[in-house]
Design a protein around this ligand. Structure first.
Ligand code: PLP
Length: 452
């Protein structure tokens, strides 16, 4: 459509009069009205177009307005929009089958939810009942969702206010995962980091009491909290510790799954099979809300004769499942995972390393597929963060300035404290990736002036 600033102003007026926003002080909310999107771009009502280097909430893996996914939803809407989960439905069963086919090992059953937090809620509930144990371990530097159990698992400052208000469910202990650039274990090599992180995890298990621990919940590649790619051997080590102590391994693949790392699931890179996988986001790129838990045969069999005490009105919603079938089919037909892997290896990775050479504010770049972080520092020697952990307001200004410069240049980034994340749709072309990196390159001069 043509630019229509007055329509945009009306959209914002309704929003500010009546919408309550996530994670925000309502008085500080000032949303940009969006008029439309296609592929890797979306645009406002002023005629300004943005290259989407965020994939919205790192969920729009297939890009905006993919015709095959839109057609799958329309086709389903014409046939039946809602049928209760007690009935069998064609697209619901097909979506579960497709997900079981791409899942590793004997993860053969799918419980559908509406999103990632609910998926983690249910995975933990299944693990507690399966093991008869109450406690869960999860990592500092993690995000698992905004509901009571999921926020308890989360190792991010967003947990704190929920604990203070009594809104987190508890019965969770946290541990440090591997993060060589800021090693908690004084490690200097990946092998050392891996070995020490596993020794630390085993100590936490020992001191928490193995017989009290139902599950370890772990993002395969940590997303929001840093795009932390596990060193070789770490996930296999977690699997082994879980087996040794009778603990279930829950892989949170809500952000890392469905193409983000260039594979269906990030665990595929390391050949590890968890007991439960939680997913959401990329399963249908959020065209209709959908998440879920993939269960191993053993966990499934716990509920063969005993009722599972949980459910949702919209479990396996036909429109959401049709969108998942359309998405997975299109991703297969178009080689979307292969594209993400290739663009990451050939364009984004090398491009970010060149950017790091030019900008003293860049401490480290890391990632795989279309899942990258640029970690910004005040000093490369001390690695002092350009924005401190959990900081907001004036302290966050250096990264706010980089973000503003990206948007000014026509690219929409994601950021978290001292990091800019490069997380475009998995369908991004080489030229679009280069275009976004060039904008980021220019924007980072705003960070360089804080160095030294
Ligand atoms: N787990 C991970 C790893 C996530 O990144 C997120 C969302 O960002 C969630 C869980 C929560 O998913 P949702 O927002 O769909 O509840």
């Amino acid at each position: 459509g043509l630019p229509d600033p007055e329509a945009g102003a009306r959209v914002v007026a309704d929003d500010r009069a009546h919408l309550f926003h996530s994670w925000a002080a309502q008085g500080a909310v000032n949303p940009m009205p969006v008029a439309g999107g296609e592929g890797r771009y979306f645009w406002d009502y002023e005629g300004r177009r943005y290259l989407d280097f965020s994939s919205q909430f790192i969920n729009l893996n297939i890009g905006h307005a993919h015709p095959k996914v839109v057609a799958a939803i329309k086709d389903q809407a014409d046939r039946i929009c809602m049928i209760a989960s007690t009935f069998a439905n064609d697209r619901r069963g097909e979506a579960a089958r497709l997900i079981a086919e791409i899942a590793p090992g004997d993860l053969n059953r799918v419980f559908f939810t509406n999103g990632g937090a609910e998926a983690n809620e249910h995975a933990v509930r299944m693990a507690r009942i399966h093991t008869g144990r109450p406690k869960v371990l999860s990592a500092y530097r993690s995000y698992h969702g905004g509901t009571a159990t999921a926020i308890s698992l989360t190792g991010d400052p967003r947990r704190w206010a929920n604990e203070n208000s009594g809104s987190a469910s508890g019965n969770v202990a946290h541990f440090f995962g591997p993060y060589l650039y800021r090693s908690h274990f004084h490690a200097t090599t990946e092998a050392e980091e891996c070995e020490r992180a596993l020794a630390h995890l085993e100590q936490v298990i020992t001191f928490e009491g193995p017989s009290t621990i139902a599950a370890i919940v772990l993002e395969t590649v940590v997303g929001t909290a840093g795009i932390l790619v596990p060193p070789p051997g770490y996930l296999a080590g977690v699997r082994e510790l879980c087996d040794r102590y009778g603990i279930l391994y829950i892989a949170d693949e809500v952000m890392s799954g469905f193409g983000r790392t260039g594979a269906w699931f990030a665990v595929d890179h390391w050949g590890v099979t968890p007991d439960l996988i939680t997913f959401a986001k990329g399963v249908n790129s959020g065209y209709v809300p959908l998440g879920g838990v993939i269960l191993s045969d053993a966990v499934h069999d716990t509920f063969r004769d005993v009722a599972y005490p949980g459910g949702l009105t919209y479990s396996g919603h036909p429109l959401a499942c049709a969108a998942a079938v359309g998405t997975i089919t299109a991703m297969r037909e178009e080689g979307v995972n292969e594209n993400a892997a290739r663009v990451g290896a050939e364009i984004i990775g090398p491009g970010l390393r060149e950017i790091a050479d030019r900008h003293p504010s860049v401490g480290e770049v890391r990632g795989l597929g279309v899942f990258w972080a640029v970690e910004l520092v005040r000093d490369r020697e001390t690695r002092e963060m350009l924005v401190p952990y959990a900081a907001g307001g004036e302290l966050a200004r250096p990264v706010d300035e980089v973000v503003a410069a990206c948007k000014e240049g026509g690219m929409w980034p994601v950021y978290n404290y001292n990091r800019i994340h490069v997380v475009p749709p998995c369908t991004i072309t080489d030229d679009e990736a280069r275009e976004g990196l060039a904008i980021l390159d220019q924007a980072l001069y705003a960070a360089d002036k804080y160095v030294g």
